[in-house]
Design a protein around this ligand. Sequence first.
Ligand code: SF4
Length: 360
Amino acid sequence: MGDTNIEWTDKTWNPVTGCTRVSPGCDNCYAVIQTVRAAGNSERYKDLVNERRPGARRHFNGTVKTHADLLDVPKKWRKPRRIFVPSMSDLFHQNVPLDFIQRVFDVIWDTPRHTYQMLTKRPERAVELAGELRWPANLVFGTSVEDDRVTDRIDALRQVPAFVRFLSLEPLLGPLDNLNLTSIHWVIGGGESGPRARQMKAEWARSIRDQCVAAGVPYFHKQWGRWGEDGTKYRSKKAAGSKLDGRLWREYPAVAGFKDKKAIGEATPPPLTDEQWERVAPVLPGREETPGGTGLDNRAFINGVRWKAWTLKPWRDLPDEFGNWNTYAVRVKRWKEGGHWPGVCERLNDPFVARFVGVS
Ligand code: SF4
């Protein structure tokens, strides 16, 4: 657990280990290889993979272990991080109990300084349990799709009430020319690495990139894997490179923690849209004929509170566009005493704000 070489994350956190193969995308599972390596040194990774048989691939044997003693690990990381959880299992595996998943989500909720990335090949279980979980705004939730036999996972993902939803099209094993990107906020594509790597054809990657560009969805081309853009099998993924049509495609969703590595924790929320404002304005304190129109402009005030709730920076750093920072803390308190926040939060649907003002 700790620092990682995965291109789009900083840390891994593995309160769950072990899994079961679900589809061809699992056949060269990176977590299986890492588990076999770690099994000699750690009980957490022991007896999770089937016996070695000549010529046969090794797979997880279906045993899943939960590690309650690792639940607090992200709380000890003071600096904001992008955390991949879990990298050695699938949290929505049928053998992970609901109450343990809830505890993982609670830690994510309790550490808004971090941005978490969670990937599952079982989004249908996430849909089933969605109502039992508190979905934090700092969770980027995705599903893996390797070819068009498993695109139903994308439809399931759309039903998950995550703040940001992403697709990991890796290892890409076939064309995906008719992606439905509705309500998808980020796409990562990539080929397979390792000695048994299967080829990702260049036209499959181009088609995905073009669909993302057309739909306005950020695309991250992670790597070619062992098979390069020119169709050659290279000795390593590094040798095969990561450029697609001569350039790196390294786009991220525009949410806290994702602009680039330096910007972690510094991204700010977009201003309220007219539609959000129209929803919220009627429940704000003010004269009946001018809802939301008293004192310091309420729209700027709510945008300022969102800035604070997302960045967790001191009030004195509030950008000028939001007005005088001196008045904010008092006004937040006054709205609390007046019982205004629950109504605002219900209509605003911004978990960071709800958490900041203490509305559950
Ligand atoms: S679901 Fe993920 S972790 Fe589990 S076997 Fe498949 S690739 Fe590996």
